[in-house]
Design a protein around this ligand. Sequence first.
Ligand SMILES: [Zn+2]
Length: 392
Amino acid sequence: METTLITNLTVSDICNGFTYSKLEEKGLFGWGGQLIIQPEYQRHYIYGDGKHDADVIYSLLKGYPLGLLYFVKRCDGKYEVLDGQQRITSFGRYLTGHFSIIDEDKREKQFNALPDDKKDKIRNSPLTIYVCEGTESEIKQWFETINIVGMKLTDQEKRNAIYSGKFVSEAKKIFSNSSNTNMKKWRSYIKGDPKRQEILEEALRWVSMAEKDNKLIDKYMSDHRELGDITELKNNFESVIDWINSTFTDVEPKMKGLEWGRLWRTYHEQGYNPEFLSKRIQELLADTQIEDPSGIWEYVLGGEQDTRLLDVRVFDQRTKALVYQKQTIKAKEGHIGNCPDCVLEAKANKEKIWSLKEMEADHVTAWSNGGATDIDNCQMLCIRHNRLKGNR
Ligand SMILES: [Zn+2]
């Protein structure tokens, strides 16, 4: 990778031909048309409240450096802003009369109303720019480094930069557009912010089966970059969403952020009765024995077999110690072992007194049969017998 440091450009050079569009997908240009200030992968301009915009101008007037700007040189000879988009947009907007600052005389002033010396000071402020040219992986690595300074990009913002092209811009039109009428519904199932590319990331995760390995998202984007066809991405996403809608009649807060792509792949070929599922889900959500309700949906999809998904409440240390003590005293009195299951076996452990550490707590009546996690439903078993019992 080649890096060049440019120090002979000023604010005025970059503002030459500056264009600003409020529409989300529109690029912003500068430096006589050769600089793309808002490449498609960049986060949206977020200084809009005016405060940070003004701070950038105050810094220039005080002669403070704006910090490093990073550009990427593209193969067509144009440049894209990698880091510094917001700062550039702030001074560009000020020079083109989009907002005012409070001058020393306490008056609001647009650029044109400033005294000439201040205009010149802003126009002639020198900029420090790093220009980078290189391969995908070099730029990727570079991203990781520059993220130490400036605001952090999300993982998907980085991927959009690395695999930029038609695929990304088409996909963004659907998945990164917060005014998309479906967005509200999607966001009840998916965590994250469309503007930070997190809905797009999830759509890509579903289609590339990347639940366990984010590198599969990179691979998918790399494979589809050239053709720019998003049909599969779109169809897969819609299938998952339609399936969630038709299988689950209620939208619950805990549904947000589940691994819907994986759940769809695993279960969509089975038939379900939505009414029955809804009833069971409501019952399970009301069950105070379940510590983490987010497993409920997979639990019911799987025919309520795997209780491990539910993180059913476990016995606390005090309960275990009390039950152990009671059980052990009784066992010693009767000259038998303290694991009731060992006693039933005609083996050497029949009279064995296990230590507390060698035993585990067990629900006498399993949770799935309505057994509570309280002292009356607790028995201590040796580790082997507890594991044999399995399904608590
Ligand atoms: Zn035992």
